[in-house]
Design a protein around this ligand. Sequence first.
Ligand code: FES
Length: 90
Amino acid sequence: MYVCMCHAVTEDQVKKAIDAGADTPRQIAKGCRAGTDCGSCVRRIQALLGEHGARPCPTARLAARLGLADPEAAPSEAAPAAPSAPLRAA
Ligand code: FES
């Protein structure tokens, strides 16, 4: 499956780059140029980095630093939706 359509980079290529030591989207881009054109694939690359243990996403790192979550823990059931705010009249 393609991750980056602009440069025809597949998920396997990104995983191989992660296995070879890349742990940021920039490092992935150095090897295959994924994410260096339109940028729409960068979130998927970040997700692959997180899934393959290269590096948790910035939000997970911040939550861990603040003691709010364990980034190594399996995700629990989805949190209940926040109540919607009333719309303001313009
Ligand atoms: S899809 Fe990857 S840079 Fe455009």
